[in-house]
Design a binder for this molecule. Structure first.
Ligand SMILES: Cc1cc2nc3c(=O)[nH]c(=O)nc-3n(C[C@H](O)[C@H](O)[C@H](O)COP(=O)(O)OP(=O)(O)OC[C@H]3O[C@@H](n4cnc5c(N)ncnc54)[C@H](O)[C@@H]3O)c2cc1C
Length: 272
């Protein structure tokens, strides 16, 4: 059984260093870490592998060369191999092209894949779009936000929380599942073990040519999504004491903050 776990490297900072000119993240300025929900997907794969001799886990990432680090980490945690799709022509990909590039790898270089596991949404752009889009690209059935997965033969039983009830679904493989946040608390490997595996682990590097992407392919230009700006919203706190009779205080309140209150409550408020 061949499982591919899609793993994204995300910035380990709250402030994302943004290049307003190109509309892309200056990932090289931010120390990277394994996206927490990708980590959950890896944990789900490792649990499926427990006690099964014939399960191969490939950790797959598309990203800048520095993303190789999270694949070494994935192998040191128990994945069998790591594959990094990296090329200047892949930089600046939006979710649509990210899913397309990951799908190109699976279609062309891993057609024997039985199960693709993704996190539900990353901690940096949080679109939750890559998993479902990848399933579309691969024309695979998909189940999102899984809190538990069990395998019997080639049928996967998936549980997920929807509102306040638990849904149980079955899916015949091949298929794709996205793993809900907090569903699979990551196990930890001994530090010494991580270091050794890190050094020992080989990560395969695949560029745009090996993937057979067109000569003119350029993710930044070809991405249908344009991110115009990224900024942290500023919150403004101000204390004001309004004095006078209740009626005049309410009048003052609406005179000064009517618009803010209306938009906050989403309805037009006129004092009666
Ligand atoms: C602040 C910010 C905002 C952005 N907004 C948008 C936007 O609105 N629309 C848009 O199209 N793009 C956007 N992008 C670009 C987007 O980050 C990338 O396209 C990214 O590769 C996928 O989007 P995501 O992180 O939201 O993935 P999600 O869909 O949230 O990721 C879910 C899972 O998919 C897998 N996955 C995601 N990316 C990769 C990868 N590179 N390699 C391997 N597995 C992966 C992982 O398992 C992950 O847990 C934004 C980027 C930033 C930094």
């Amino acid at each position: 059984m061949n499982i591919i776990v899609c793993i994204k490297q995300v910035p380990m900072v709250s402030e994302l260093p943004w290049n307003a000119k190109t509309g892309t993240l200056k990932r090289e300025l931010a120390q990277g870490m394994m996206d927490p929900s990708s980590r959950q997907a890896l944990e789900a794969a490792l649990r499926l592998k427990q006690g099964r001799g014939n399960v191969q886990i490939t950790a797959l990432s598309m990203g800048p060369p520095m993303a190789e680090e999270v694949l070494h980490q994935a192998v040191s945690l128990g994945a069998d191999r790591g594959v990094l799709l990296t090329d200047r022509r892949m930089a600046g990909a939006d979710t649509y092209l990210t899913s397309f590039i990951l799908a190109e790898y699976i279609r062309k270089l891993a057609p024997e894949t039985d199960l693709v596991l993704c996190g539900s949404q990353t901690s940096d752009s949080e679109t939750a779009q890559v998993g479902p889009q990848l399933a579309c690209e691969l024309n695979m059935p998909a189940i999102g936000w899984a809190s538990d997965i069990r395998l019997s033969g080639r049928t996967l039983t998936v549980e997920r929380h929807v509102d306040d009830f638990l849904e149980t679904l079955e899916m015949d493989l091949p298929g794709l599942v996205t793993i809900d946040q907090g569903a699979f608390a990551p196990g930890y490997a001994a530090l010494g073990g991580i270091q050794d595996a890190f050094e020992a682990s080989g990560v395969e590097i695949v560029n745009a040519t090996t993937l057979g992407l067109d000569k003119g392919f350029n993710a930044l230009k070809d991405s249908p999504t344009r991110i115009l700006d990224v900024y942290s919203p500023t919150t403004r706190k101000e204390n004001r004491v309004l004095k006078g009779a209740a009626r005049s205080v309410v009048d003052q309140l609406f005179k000064e903050y009517g618009k803010t209150i209306s938009s906050a409550m989403g309805k037009d408020l006129k004092p009666k």
